[in-house]
Design a protein around this ligand. Structure first.
Ligand code: SF4
Length: 249
C-alpha cells in the first residue's frame, strides 16, 4: 500500500465518521465476490497486527460492482421493512450527482430514487432551470442517489449507524462516477458528506468539498413542498443554477 493509498484509505474512514480503526476484515469474502472481480491481493495492505486492510474501493470499481456487492443487503436494520433497495438512477458518467436522504414510500415501491412528489419537483427544478439557463441537460443526464438505500420506517431520519454502514456504498458510488460537482439535498446528505452538524441554512450559498470534489448544499425537495417555504424555494433555484453553470458551462 502506497502512502497515497493509505491517505485515501484513512480519508474514507474519516468521511464515514470513524475515529479509530481496528482490525478490519474485508466486508465481503473473496469467495463471495463475482467472478472477474479485480481486487488483487497486492492491492491490499496489512495493519500492524497483520490483518488485511480493505482498499477504499475495489480497483476498477463501477456502479455495477457496487450493486453486486449490495446484493440483498441486510447490513443494517433498514432492510427489515423495505420492499426494494433504491440504489440510484441516471447517467453513470454524469458530471453532477445529487444526493438525497433516503427512499420514501413511492421510491421503496418502485426501486427508484425521487419518483414521488418531491421527486417530481426535483425533476421540474432540474429540467426547468437548465432550460431557462440554456444548459442542454435533463434529469436523466445527472445521477441521483441517497445516503441510505432502504426506506426508513415512517420516513424517519436515518440513524447515524445506518448512515455509516450505507455510506460506504454512497462513497463508492461517488468515487466510481467522479462527478465534477455534488449537490447535497438536505441536512442528512450534508451531514453524511461533510461530517457537519450545521443545517442547510448555514451551509448553503457557498462551496464545500467532498474529498476534492466541489459540493453545494441546498434544501431537500420535500422541504420545499411545504407551503410556507417561498424563500427556501427561491434559494434552492439559485443553488441549482449555480451548480449547473459550474458543471456545464
Ligand atoms: S440501508 Fe444500506 S446498509 Fe442498510 S440494509 Fe439497506 S442497502 Fe444495506
Amino acid at each position: 500500500m502506497t502512502r497515497d493509498d493509505l491517505r485515501q484509505y484513512l480519508e474514507f474512514y474519516r468521511d464515514l465518521g470513524l475515529k479509530e480503526i481496528y482490525n478490519l476484515a474485508p466486508a465481503i469474502p473473496r469467495s463471495a465476490r463475482p467472478a472477474g472481480d479485480s481486487i488483487a491481493p497486492t492491492s491490499r495492505g496489512r495493519d500492524a497486527a497483520g490483518a488485511v486492510i480493505p482498499p477504499i474501493a475495489p480497483s476498477g470499481d463501477s456502479l455495477l460492482k457496487i450493486v453486486e456487492d449490495i446484493g440483498d443487503c441486510r447490513r443494517c436494520r433498514l432492510s427489515e421493512q423495505r420492499s426494494k433497495i433504491v440504489f440510484g438512477s441516471g447517467d453513470e458518467h454524469a458530471r453532477l450527482v445529487l444526493v438525497g436522504e433516503g427512499p420514501g414510500a413511492d421510491e421503496d415501491a418502485q426501486g427508484l430514487p425521487f419518483v414521488g412528489r418531491a421527486g417530481q419537483l426535483l425533476t421540474q427544478m432540474i429540467d426547468n432551470t437548465a432550460s431557462k439557463e440554456g444548459i442542454p441537460i435533463r434529469r436523466a443526464d445527472v445521477y441521483i442517489c441517497n445516503v441510505v438505500k432502504c426506506r426508513p420506517p415512517e420516513n424517519r431520519t436515518p440513524l447515524p449507524d445506518e448512515m455509516e454502514i450505507c455510506g460506504e456504498f454512497l462513497f463508492r458510488q461517488l468515487m466510481a462516477i467522479r462527478p465534477k460537482a455534488i449537490c447535497a439535498l438536505g441536512s442528512t446528505a450534508a451531514k453524511a458528506l461533510l461530517a457537519t452538524k450545521d443545517g442547510v441554512t448555514r451551509l448553503r450559498g457557498t462551496w464545500h468539498k467532498w474529498r476534492d470534489i466541489p459540493l453545494i448544499v441546498t434544501y431537500h425537495p420535500s422541504y420545499l413542498l411545504r407551503p410556507y417555504n417561498q424563500n427556501a424555494k427561491r434559494e434552492a433555484w439559485e443553488d441549482l443554477k449555480k451548480v449547473l453553470h459550474y458543471v456545464y458551462d
